[in-house]
Design a protein around this ligand. Sequence first.
Ligand SMILES: Nc1ncnc2c1ncn2[C@@H]1O[C@H](COP(=O)(O)OP(=O)(O)OP(=O)(O)O)[C@@H](O)[C@H]1O
Ligand SMILES: [Mg+2]
Length: 234
Amino acid sequence: MDKKELFFAYTIAHELKSPIITIDGFLKALLEDYGKEIPEGALEYLKYIEDAVKRLKAIINDMLTLSQICDEDEAEKFSLKELIKDVILKMKPSIQQRNIKIEILDSFPILYANKKLIYLLMLNLISNAIKYIGSRNPDPCIQIGTKLINGKQIIFVKDNGIGIPKDYHEKIFDIFQRTPEARKEAEGTGIGLFIAKTIVEKHKGKIWVESNPAKGCTFFVYIPEKKERENESA
Ligand SMILES: Nc1ncnc2c1ncn2[C@@H]1O[C@H](COP(=O)(O)OP(=O)(O)OP(=O)(O)O)[C@@H](O)[C@H]1O
Ligand SMILES: [Mg+2]
């Protein structure tokens, strides 16, 4: 998406926000004030409406986030390892609920980048690894580390979850693309990896996935050093 399209997305998302809040508010009031008088069948319909409103809210929030990425131009020096620890802390309830073993390996780089965006990037990758770890996985495990590939330090997030079939390895970075396996496994809007890709591209980096669906998948991210980014834009 270019700047103009993102601005368009932002305007629409922003305009949609207030009617959705009204629908959501009155739906809750209806259930609270008249819930006991509503017949069972009608309550079921209301549940579908509630789910749809929840989905719409998630899409709107993601669209707003996406359009704000464009405006983020600041960069600072920070420890990627500390940032990853913060993400893990935030995700602790769902990690514990699924009994997932998390391994944070050593040797993370100090990045000079937009910290807020890199946090959002890692949050998307790690929350996907958790979400798609597989409900019947006997030994759920996520590894986060770095690896040298052609002399470059590449960040990776590896899980032993449901994996991604080969024909989806590129598609999943496009907006609203979800694998059939993921649709069965959990709810989602299909925007997270598009946000991740937008953030990586803003830093002139690369993101890709490798997966053997029987074993899980590994997401790789390369964020070039500041020097290299500047050379490229010169
Ligand atoms: N770690 C993973 N293991 C298996 N499949 C994954 C993983 N990460 C992403 N995917 C696949 O890529 C799709 C797109 O991911 P993305 O994060 O964009 O959307 P989502 O998780 O479905 O929804 P949300 O926008 O709420 O994050 C997922 O629906 C899933 O099919
Ligand atoms: Mg996601």
